[in-house]
Design a binder for this molecule. Structure first.
Ligand SMILES: NC(=O)c1ccc[n+]([C@@H]2O[C@H](COP(=O)([O-])OP(=O)(O)OC[C@H]3O[C@@H](n4cnc5c(N)ncnc54)[C@H](O)[C@@H]3O)[C@@H](O)[C@H]2O)c1
Length: 375
């Protein structure tokens, strides 16, 4: 009989619902060896709890995450709550003896990330952190092109994630705009993990960072007729040096809440003297590869729908956010079951801590207006 993993969600907001969506169409995965079922949900807000009551299979809906963690019907837990709650709830999940799929940034700061990492190591539970964009077919191909080599001497790497809805000053603030709930690292905590996942997996770890951080709107509507101050970093440009094949290569990480015209644009570009590769979710099917022969050419390849885990979706169809999210979950559960093989895996606790080390150094760099060395 096919094994079934019973999943609980703590935090049923934007991302908790995305997980419900992914798990509800698990059958899209073709011949995937295990089933995955959402069985329990916790949220402190009644409207969120109410939404989950319509989701088939959900048996337990609670406002107290300890009730969910006590349930013997739950095998593993996904947590998507504001950043100041990550550490306490992640530690509770581990103490309850459950495996953990954590949301980024894996704690509000470096100290919290290190504490969770250490607890995860001691618990022996399977723990990974969310970052779905590398599971787009084009992102996978960019990773493979970089891995295959043959790009000549690497010239530069650019990896980033751009949003634009914050250009609108009338957009109300939420917990993501305030340091106590989002963290001092601001936009780096929101978008940074997405930008470093592939570079870190390729072994490209910044040696030093020079950061330019911007706060753009200092105040926003509070959604209740008043105004509230917004003190998190909105845009971050991290100019880093990585060592690849013995040479220092510039790697620029661009994390922006205010990037004109960009709606959730995740991208990576890797350029060398002989070859290169570019992919952006703005053109979700399209991979650009560079070749230097007698003439130089940028080739456009229409990839279609080819995630690491086969699906029933037509090969010529376009991939979107829910698809890469489902692929990420397939990778998580495959790795948990020991069957990931050589496929791309989710962010490890070590990588999450490394990202926090980079963001902490970026804060220092910006404050001191100098490049900061990383170990
Ligand atoms: N992977 C991605 O692409 C992605 C995208 C957006 C957000 N995120 C991350 O997901 C996490 C949540 O973000 P979101 O956008 O879903 O936020 P959200 O505000 O939409 O949802 C958070 C939910 O947590 C609930 N909550 C608060 N305290 C709680 C508690 N003590 N117990 C249970 N529930 C509680 C809130 O009521 C809310 O419904 C953050 O870590 C964020 O960085 C990831």
């Amino acid at each position: 009989m096919t094994q079934c993993v019973r999943i609980g969600i703590i935090g049923g907001g934007l991302m908790g619902r995305e997980v419900a969506s992914a798990l509800s169409r698990w059958f899209v995965l073709d011949q995937y060896p295990t089933r995955a079922e959402l069985v329990a949900v916790c949220d402190v807000a009644e409207p969120q709890r109410d939404w989950f009551r319509q989701v088939p299979g959900v048996k337990l809906v609670t406002a107290d995450h300890r009730v969910l963690l006590e349930s013997s019907e739950v095998d593993m837990v996904y947590v998507a709550v504001p950043h100041h709650l990550h550490e306490a709830i992640y530690l509770d999940v581990l103490r309850a003896g459950k495996d953990l799929f954590a949301e980024k940034p894996f704690g509000i700061d470096l100290r919290a990330a290190r504490t969770v990492h250490e607890a995860a190591r001691r618990s022996g539970r399977f723990v990974r952190c969310s970052s779905e964009f590398p599971f787009f077919p084009g992102a996978q191909r960019a990773d493979q092109v970089a891995r295959a080599g043959g790009l000549g001497k690497l010239l530069e790497i650019r990896s980033g994630f751009h949003h634009s809805s914050d250009l609108d000053p009338t957009k109300p603030a939420n917990w993501k705009r305030q340091v106590p709930t989002c963290g001092e690292i601001g936009v780096m905590g929101d978008l940074g993990m997405h930008a470093v996942h592939i570079p870190f997996r390729l072994g490209w770890h910044p040696r030093r960072v020079y950061a330019q951080l911007q706060k753009i709107y200092h105040e926003r509507p509070d959604g209740k007729g008043g105004r509230v101050s917004c003190d998190t970093w909105d845009n971050a440009m991290l100019y880093t040096d990585v060592v690849i094949d013995g040479a220092e290569v510039p790697m620029r990480l661009e994390l922006k809440r205010l990037a004109p015209g960009e709606t959730n644009s995740w991208f990576i570009e890797i350029l060398g003297t002989d070859g290169g590769v570019k992919y952006s979710t703005k053109e979700p099917k399209t991979l650009w590869t560079f070749q230097r022969g007698k003439e130089q050419s940028w080739q456009r390849t229409e990839l279609g729908f080819q995630g690491p885990f086969p699906t029933i979706t037509g090969a010529i169809f376009e991939p979107g956010f829910p698809d890469c999210f489902l692929q990420m979950w397939a990778a998580f559960l495959a790795e948990r079951a020991g069957i990931l093989g050589d496929r791309f895996g989710c962010v490890t606790p070590e990588e999450a801590v490394r990202s926090h080390e980079l963001f902490a150094a970026a804060l220092q760099s910006h404050a001191e207006k100098r490049a900061v060395e990383l170990d």
